[in-house]
Design a binder for this molecule. Sequence first.
Ligand code: 3HC
Length: 317
Amino acid sequence: MESTKHSSAEGTNEHQLNAGTTDAGTREPGTTDAGIQSITVIGGGTMGNGIVHVAAMSGFPVTLVETKQEYADRALLTIGKNLTRMVTKEKISQEQMDQTLGRIHTSLSPAEAVANTDLVIEAIPEQFELKKSLFDVIDQHAPEHTILASNTSSISITKLAACTRRPPKVIGMHFFNPVPVMKLVEVIRGLETDDAVTQAVTELAMQMGKVPVPANDSPGFVSNRVLMPMINEAIFTVYEGVATAEDVDQVMKLGMAHPMGPLRLADFIGLDVCLDILHVLYDGFRDPKYRPCPLLVKMVDAGKLGNKTGEGFYKYG
Ligand code: 3HC
């Protein structure tokens, strides 16, 4: 098991969060005014490896935590491929790629990985009980000043915060797939999230080259509360025989200038993830307008989850 620690956060156990400026252009790469100098990302899946990629490229030492070394290696391979694509397209130099990879360490132990870090970003599967146990471990082992951020797409930040002894330091940092490309980070404030923590995470997102947008904790936040009903309605139009999946997507691409139609996007996100988020909206608001389309439920039951299983509304080679 490899467990590597970086040394750049020396003394950070004592430091406090400052309400920093938001002028990301004047700072050294890999630091923020609020004192974030090291980041631990837990989970190396699609979102986790993307977050590691952008954090390391912005100059931060990052520890990537996975449950097995082969998963950590797979995440590193994906990051390497995505960086190579950026070198080929002359967006970054080979030297920048090498430096980025050099800033990434891996660990199989969340407890060890968070022992000397300023910010933890959790990006594990969307199961509350799983996140709850992880937050408990992180809370016990991370220094007092450490911010605990979750990349959750739908679980309540307030509820996650309540699993820790530091609710003011718990926040949502919701990234979008593909993380190296999408500019948005939704910054979700839980009921007790401290203003200095919101400021620190906002500044960090800017340092990562992203555009942070604040939202208060509420089912689906802003992004998925708006996106998922559109995807669900697109599925209903197919279900009711109004148009084919291809035609629904064409309408939204050519008529509304969406880069992907809603059904292609649903496949890309994962139909199981879409269904889970719709359940969160339906349960959270008790409003029938979020009722998942029966066709979506049926496809998830059949294991047709989109790109990741090779078939959803489209077939993938
Ligand atoms: N890493 C790095 N770069 C990547 C990448 C990755 N994983 N994937 C794509 N790119 C780059 C490509 O290199 C290319 O760069 P270029 O402009 O310099 O040539 C650029 O992105 C565009 O990629 P492609 O040419 O391969 O393909 P497209 O033009 O079709 O774009 C797309 C692909 C960026 C995925 C585009 O279709 C898109 O923006 N789709 C919508 C994605 C979206 O809505 N994401 C949000 C999902 S919701 C979510 O994540 C939240 C959750 O809670 C559900």
